[in-house]
Design a protein around this ligand. Structure first.
Ligand code: ZN
Length: 308
């Protein structure tokens, strides 16, 4: 699957006011050639720099740039205003299976006068050892009968084509809410062994919740899939825009339809035990520019005001 997204220019409002800045953190890069001395300073925050984490990248510029672009892990990134003048934010997803080591984030800022500066910010991804969990499920979810193989491949291809699409609109805003009140376990990234056979690493977080518990949209978005899948059971996928997707699995009921615009807190379905499960729970997979990242990282980095 190609993770290369089309090149996009993140247009940011240009204004002639030059802010007085106290630059700190990483060594700032300056354009210098020609008229404008555009200074760019990059910082980040994250729970950790491990596979499966989300990195909040902040770019501070000495004046409002005409354009700001960045790329990391083969994905093009978009910026939104962080709040303070001339500070811009983007989210970087470190896929669950990224190789540990130095990974560059390339940031390119263009000044109003057309001069441009490119700076490379390095993310040092540390290795992480994920535990292995052994589960027992119905045999048909480990050795699927021949008549469902075609269905499984079709569903896999459909999902593989869906997540790399980065919608140009950013629907999500402010903070994210927990979809269910229950505690989430730390199952993200665990190597799963079903009935003694190893399978793909677990690319979501599981929340304890009784069957029938309403599932809330963690943020605004558009429902892009509301259907029954062989392994995931009843699913709802919300496109939050700008490459961010929420994938809820194993639902007992679906309360939305494809194309529905949902708001944060909209009930999209009910917790259940459909598909390859050992019991009722909510499975939430989060995709960010196709990277599989831990939803709990997003809740920690961007919590909704007043908890959630
Ligand atoms: Zn799960």
């Amino acid at each position: 699957m190609s993770r290369r997204l089309s090149r996009r220019l993140a247009a940011v409002p240009a204004c002639a006011v030059v802010a007085a800045l106290a630059l700190g953190g990483s060594a700032p890069a300056a354009a210098g050639q020609g008229g404008t001395d555009l200074i760019v300073n990059v910082t980040h925050r994250a729970r950790a720099l491990h596979p499966g984490e989300i990195v909040v990248l902040n770019v501070r510029t000495s004046e409002a740039p005409a354009a700001l672009e960045a790329s990391a892990f083969d994905a093009d990134l978009r910026f939104f205003p962080a709040g303070p003048a001339n500070v811009w934010t983007t989210l970087v997803g470190i896929d669950l299976e990224v190789e540990p080591g130095e990974h560059p984030v390339t940031v390119r800022a263009t000044a109003v006068d057309g001069s441009a500066i490119e700076t490379v910010y390095t993310l040092s991804v540390e290795p992480k050892q994920f535990a292995t969990r052994r589960l027992t499920v119905e045999p048909r979810y480990v050795d699927p009968p021949p008549d469902v193989v075609e269905r499984i491949l079709r569903e896999r291809d459909h999902l593989a084509a869906l997540f790399p699409v980065s919608t140009a609109v950013r629907y999500w805003r402010d903070g994210f809410v927990r979809p269910v009140p229950g505690r989430a376990n730390s199952a993200f990234g665990r190597r799963s062994v079903f009935n003694g056979q190893p399978r793909n690493p677990h690319s979501g977080a599981d929340f304890r919740a009784a069957a029938g518990t309403p599932i809330k949209a963690p943020n605004d978005g558009v429902v892009v899939l509301a259907t029954d899948l062989y392994f995931s059971g009843n699913v709802v996928i919300i496109d939050h825009g700008w490459g961010l997707y929420s994938f809820f699995a194993h639902l007992s009921a679906i309360d939305v339809a494809e194309g529905d615009r949902v708001r944060r807190d909209t009930v999209v379905g009910r917790v259940g035990a459909t598909g390859r499960v050992t019991g009722a729970h909510l499975h939430w997979t989060l995709r960010l520019n196709d990277a599989r990242v831990d939803p709990l990282a997003l809740l920690e980095l961007f919590p909704a005001a007043g908890g959630g």
